[in-house]
Write a protein that binds this ligand. Structure first.
Ligand SMILES: Nc1ncnc2c1ncn2[C@@H]1O[C@H](COP(=O)(O)OP(=O)(O)OP(=O)(O)O)[C@@H](O)[C@H]1O
Length: 552
C-alpha cells in the first residue's frame, strides 16, 4: 500500500468530491437493499393479510407501497448522481495527477530522461495515470461504502433478531475481506505483467506506425506485423488469466451469498417456529441478506486489479522520485554584460568519456562567431552547457558575465534564442509555431521576417494560418529548418545561437538566410555552428574544435 500512499494523498484537494460520491453510493446501495427488503416483506405480508377478509381490509397497503416507490426512485436517482459525481471526482484527480507528473517530468529533461523512450514516457503520462482510476473509483470508495453499508444493514437485522445481525455481519466481513484478498493474490502477478505487456504493445504499435514508410522500403512489414501479433497474443493471454480469476471470485461471492441466505432462512424459520419472528418478516430477512451482498460484490474485481494499479503507480514513481541535477536559484541576477559568452577551461562528459576538454571561449557582446569542427567534436554540447541542459564537470561557463548556475531558469532562457538540431515544430499553424518565441509578435513582424528568409512563397493562400502538420511533416526539410530559424530570430534575446542553420539548404537560400541572420538584430551576439567553411570571413571570430579540444 505504501506505493499508493502518495497517490491517495493527492486526493486531498478533491476530497469533498470523493466523499460526496461515496455518500451517494451509500444512499444508492441502501435504497437498493431497502427496496428488496421492503418488497420481500410487502409481498409476504400482503399474502398473509389476504388470508381473511378482516385482515385484508385492515392491512395498510399505502405506506409500504409508497416506501417501495420511494426506494426505487432514490436508487435510480442516486445511481445517476453517484456516477456523475464519482466520475467528476476521478477526472479531476486524473487531471491533477497528469499535471503533477508532468511537473516532475519536465525538469528531468534531457539529462535524466535520456534512457527513456518518448513513447514510454507518453505511456506513463496517459495509460499508467488512467490505471489509477481503479484506486479511486473501484477500490477506495466502494470499500468505504461496503463497510458502512455492512454495519448499517447488520445493525438493522440485529434489531430484527440479534442472531441474524451477527450472521450477516460475519458473512459480509468474511466475504468482503477473504474473496477480494484471494482475487488480489491470484491477480497480482498477471495484473503487474499486463502493465508491461500493454506498454510494450503500445510502443511496438507506435514505432510500427511511425516507421511504416521505412518498413515498406525494406520489405520488413511482415516481420513487424508478426512481432505485433505476438505482443498482442501475450496481452490477450494475460487478460484471459485475469478473466478466469474474476470468474472464480464472482462464483465464490455468489456461493457465499447463497450460503448466507440459506443459513439466514434456517435461523429465520426457527425464529418463526418459536414465535420470535412474524412469518411476514421471514421474506424480509431473506431478501435483505441477499441484497446486502451487492455491497461487497464488486470488491474482488477491484482488488484483483490492484496489482496492475500498483505497477502503474511504481512506473510513475520511478520518474517522480528523481530529482533534476539542474537546480535553478529563485533570486534573479544582475546581468553585467548582456550578450557575452565565456567558457573557461571547461571539461564535460555525458557519461565516462570526456566530450569537451579544457575548452575556453570568449565571445564579446555583439560579436558574430562561427563554431566549426568535425562531426562529434563537441559543438552542440557547448549549446547544451550554455542552456544548462547538462552540467559540466570542470571550469566555468558564463552568459552575460554571470555563471549559468546563478540564473533562475527563465532569466537564463531570456538571455538566448537557440535553434537546436533537429528543429522541433509543433502541429499547428506557422503563426502558432512562431509565436512560441514571442507571443506578442504581430502578423506584420512575422511576415516581414519570413520574407527576409525567402519563405513568402511557401505560405500559399493560407498565409500564417498554413498548417505545418505533426512535427512539421507537411513542410520540406529546408522549410522546417527556416521556420526554426525564423522562430529563434523572433525572440529578442541578447544572444542568438544557431546549430547548423544552413544544413540542407541550397547555396542561394543559405546565403539569403545568413544575410537575414546577420542583419535582423545588428547588436545581437551570434554563435553559429556550421560545417560550411565558405563565408567564414564575415565572422568576427572562428572557433575550431577537434575531438573536444579547441584548436589554435
Ligand atoms: N545525449 C548524449 N549522450 C551521450 N553522448 C552524447 C550525447 N550527445 C552527444 N553525445 C556524444 O558527444 C560527442 C559530441 O557530440 P556533439 O553533438 O556535441 O558533436 P557535434 O560537434 O555537434 O557533432 P555534429 O557536427 O555531428 O552535430 C559525440 O561523440 C556524441 O556521440
Amino acid at each position: 500500500m505504501t506505493v499508493l500512499m502518495p497517490f491517495i494523498r493527492l486526493m486531498k484537494p478533491h476530497l469533498w468530491w470523493v466523499l460526496f460520491g461515496s455518500f451517494l453510493g451509500l444512499v444508492t446501495l441502501l435504497s437498493s437493499i431497502g427496496l428488496l427488503t421492503l418488497s420481500g416483506w410487502f409481498i409476504s405480508a400482503t399474502a398473509l393479510a389476504g388470508v381473511s377478509v378482516v385482515s385484508a381490509q385492515a392491512f395498510n397497503y399505502m405506506t409500504p407501497g409508497g416506501g417501495v416507490r420511494g426506494f426505487a426512485i432514490a436508487r435510480t436517482a442516486g445511481r445517476y448522481f453517484e456516477r456523475v459525481t464519482t466520475h467528476e471526482a476521478t477526472f479531476r484527480l486524473l487531471a491533477q495527477l497528469r499535471s503533477w507528473f508532468y511537473a516532475h517530468l519536465e525538469p528531468l529533461n534531457p539529462a535524466r530522461l535520456r534512457h527513456y523512450r518518448t513513447a514510454d514516457l507518453l505511456n506513463r503520462l496517459i495509460t499508467d495515470i488512467n490505471s489509477l482510476d481503479n484506486l479511486y473509483l473501484r477500490v477506495l470508495s466502494p470499500s468505504l461504502v461496503a463497510l458502512v453499508t455492512g454495519i448499517l444493514v447488520s445493525l438493522f437485522l440485529g434489531w430484527v433478531a440479534p442472531s441474524l445481525g451477527t450472521l450477516l455481519f460475519v458473512a459480509l466481513l468474511v466475504s468482503g475481506l477473504l474473496i477480494p484478498m484471494l482475487g488480489h493474490k491470484l491477480g497480482a502477478v498477471t495484473g503487474r505483467e499486463m502493465v508491461g505487456y500493454a506498454s510494450s504493445l503500445r510502443l511496438r504499435t507506435l514505432s510500427y506506425v511511425q516507421g511504416m514508410a521505412e518498413l515498406h522500403v525494406y520489405s520488413a512489414l511482415n516481420q513487424q506485423q508478426q512481432e505485433l501479433q505476438q505482443s498482442q497474443q501475450t496481452l490477450l493471454q494475460a487478460q484471459l488469466r485475469m478473466s478466469l480469476v474474476s470468474g472464480v471470485t464472482a462464483a465464490l461471492m455468489t456461493l457465499a451469498a447463497g450460503l448466507t441466505t440459506l443459513l439466514a432462512l434456517m435461523i429465520g424459520v426457527n425464529l418463526v417456529t418459536t414465535e420470535q419472528l412474524s412469518p411476514a418478516w421471514l421474506a424480509l430477512v431473506v431478501f435483505c441478506v441477499l441484497a446486502s451482498f451487492e455491497a461487497v460484490a464488486s470488491l474482488p474485481l477491484a482488488y484483483q486489479y490492484l496489482g496492475k494499479t500498483r505497477a502503474a503507480a511504481e512506473n510513475l514513481q520511478e520518474i517522480t522520485s528523481q530529482r533534476s541535477d539542474m537546480l535553478f536559484p529563485k533570486e534573479s541576477v544582475l546581468v553585467t554584460s548582456p550578450g557575452e559568452i565565456q567558457l573557461d577551461q571547461v571539461d564535460f562528459a555525458y557519461d565516462a568519456t570526456l566530450v569537451l576538454q579544457g575548452v575556453s571561449i570568449q565571445v564579446n557582446p555583439g560579436e558574430k562567431v562561427a563554431l566549426v569542427g568535425h562531426t562529434g567534436s563537441g559543438k552542440s554540447s557547448i549549446i547544451n552547457l550554455l542552456s544548462r541542459f547538462w552540467q559540466y564537470q570542470q571550469g566555468r561557463v558564463l552568459v552575460g558575465g554571470v555563471a549559468v548556475e546563478s540564473y533562475p531558469e527563465q532569466q537564463l532562457r531570456d538571455q538566448m534564442a537557440v535553434l537546436s538540431q533537429p528543429v522541433q515544430l509543433f502541429a499547428g499553424s506557422i503563426r502558432s509555431n512562431l509565436q512560441l518565441a514571442d507571443p506578442e509578435a504581430t502578423d506584420e513582424q512575422m511576415l516581414e521576417l519570413l520574407e527576409q528568409l525567402g519563405m513568402t512563397e511557401m505560405l500559399g493562400d493560407d498565409g500564417l494560418n498554413r498548417e505545418v502538420g505533426e512535427g512539421g511533416n507537411r513542410l520540406s526539410g529546408g522549410q522546417r529548418k527556416r521556420l526554426g530559424i525564423a522562430r529563434a530570430m523572433l525572440k529578442a534575446a541578447p544572444i542568438l545561437i544557431l546549430d547548423e542553420p544552413t544544413e540542407g539548404l541550397d547555396i542561394h537560400t543559405a546565403t539569403q538566410v545568413m544575410n537575414a541572420v546577420f542583419s535582423y538584430r545588428p547588436g545581437q551576439t551570434l554563435l553559429i555552428i556550421t560545417h560550411h567553411l565558405q563565408g567564414l570571413d564575415r565572422y568576427d571570430q572562428v572557433i575550431r574544435l577537434n575531438q573536444g579540444r579547441r584548436l589554435d
